[in-house]
Design a protein. Structure first.
Ligand code: NAD
Ligand code: IPM
Ligand code: MN
Length: 415
């Protein structure tokens, strides 16, 4: 029987599951794979990509969204997942996207949605007089509960007396682990230091259930150093230029008093364990306003699932838009999923003009998650160079098509 174990359990190579999905997901994901291959091949990084055709076509053809056994397969036999986007006008309910994307976030228990916003070139921010120095922050979005759980239902649906209920579920454990992750990240990183890729680093505080892989299946040689799994790896340096990261927890506890009360109490108790971290609270509406007024005051934002979804799109736009925004859906130490923040963009799908930078930056996060920091940095640098030289698609004001940008990125990463 072939050895199908991923590298972290002693298998022969890092195994990456690739799920391009729908629309421009199918156009940008192959570019990301090409660029990862270019950056890793010369450095003798053993990688295996396995593609899965989950998405609207399969759903419409076979009525299958997330196939049976998919979660176990990804959890046990892959190190990471590279994901494109889901969403198709032929599936107005978006059911397949809920099953696949939210299904994987929930069932793999990927409780950290890390969405870095970094302005990579001054000319891409819509804010007057802001530069790359002002916009460099990380949104940590809770990713396994909140209003996304799907608790609720209809009463008297379709009648004039219809009622629709959507519950906001917040567990003590869920709130604590995301807040703690944000504080650990603050403790282990600092401003003014070069963070190789853009993934979150270490968390020393995994309060989730034990790793599902039995010890008997673990190989002797775990990936190292793998910052997301190793609480002792720190990218903070003792350089005098380095400043501690500031943290902002955001909620709507003045109106949503039950959930807000829990977030407030957990925040208070966790922050007491991190006295060296400058932390504060803002209501989510004020945070939205402050982000636009003065983004330079933020390093780390931690918030719930819905607010994190919204605020991360706002933040993405400050740094050039959705085409440039990456994200990581992470459970430290387990198979994690990396994707651009954008969707399937049906309005431009099939035209060959999709911007692949978000997918490539998400791949940079994936490589950092594997502990391959040099390769991760190479991907990020290739995007920076493309921006500096205006090798960009029309959404960023450029004249290039997707494959021309891809060729450039590959040429930059394969040296
Ligand atoms: P979208 O992100 O797909 O598109 C918003 C706008 O940004 C469009 O004008 C689009 O052309 C542009 N855009 C986005 N990414 C781009 C890129 N890489 N290059 C160039 N232009 C880009 O959001 P939407 O239109 O609200 O949603 C479309 C579908 O995608 C919906 O079905 C939605 O549910 C889904 N969606 C999926 C994800 C995901 O899979 N993670 C995320 C967001 C939306
Ligand atoms: C995102 C998307 C998803 C979300 C949708 C497609 C369900 O907007 O990844 O930000 O709301 O999480
Ligand atoms: Mn979103």
């Amino acid at each position: 029987m072939p050895n199908i174990l991923p590298l972290r359990y002693g298998g022969p190579k890092a195994r990456i599951a690739v799920i391009p999905g729908d629309g421009i997901g199918k156009e940008v994901t192959p570019v990301a794979v090409q660029v990862i291959k270019a950056a890793t091949s010369k450095r003798n990084r053993p990688l295996e990509f396995v593609e899965f055709d989950w998405g609207a076509d399969k759903y419409l053809r076979e009525k299958i969204s997330l196939p049976e056994g998919a979660v176990e397969l990804l959890r046990d036999e892959f190190d990471a997942i590279l994901f494109g986007a889901l969403g198709d006008p032929r599936v107005p309910s978006n059911q397949h996207a809920a099953d696949i994307l939210l299904g994987l976030r929930f069932k793999l228990d990927l409780y950290v949605n890390a969405r870095p916003t970094e302005l990579l070139h001054d000319r891409f921010t819509p804010l007057r007089d802001r530069t790359t120095k002002d916009i460099n922050l990380m949104v940590f979005r809770e990713n396994t509960e909140g209003i996304y759980v799907g608790a609720g239902g209809f009463f008297r649906k379709g009648t004039p007396d219809e009622i629709a209920i959507q519950e906001d579920i917040n567990s003590r454990k869920g709130v604590e682990r995301i807040i703690r992750h944000a504080f650990d990240y603050a403790r282990n990183h600092s401003r003014g230091t070069a963070i190789p890729g853009c993934a979150p680093g270490v968390t020393g505080a995994d309060v989730s259930p034990a790793d599902p892989i039995p010890a008997s299946r673990r190989g002797p040689a775990p990936l190292a150093p793998r910052s997301a799994t190793n609480p002792n790896v720190s990218s903070a340096t003792s350089s005098s230029a380095a400043k501690p990261l500031r943290l902002c927890m955001s909620d709507k506890s003045n109106a949503m008093t039950f959930a807000g009360d829990l977030w407030q109490r957990v925040f208070k108790s966790v922050r007491a364990e991190y006295p060296e971290i400058d932390s504060r609270h803002l209501f989510i509406d004020t945070l939205a306003m402050e982000l636009v007024r003065d983004p330079g005051q933020f390093d780390i934002i931690v918030t719930n699932n819905l607010f994190g979804d919204i605020i991360s799109d706002l933040a993405a736009q400050l740094a050039g838009g959705l085409g440039l925004a990456p994200s990581g859906n992470i459970h430290p130490g387990r198979t994690s999923l990396f994707e651009p923040v954008h969707g399937s963009a049906p309005n431009i799908a099939g035209k060959g003009i999709a911007n692949p930078f978000g997918a490539v930056l998400a791949s940079s996060m994936l490589l950092e998650f594997l502990g391959w920091n040099e390769e991760s940095a190479l991907l990020k640098q290739s995007v920076k160079s493309a921006l500096a030289e205006n090798v960009t698609t029309p959404d960023l004001g450029g004249t290039k098509v997707t494959f021309e940008v891809a060729d450039y990125l590959v040429s930059q990463t394969s040296n």
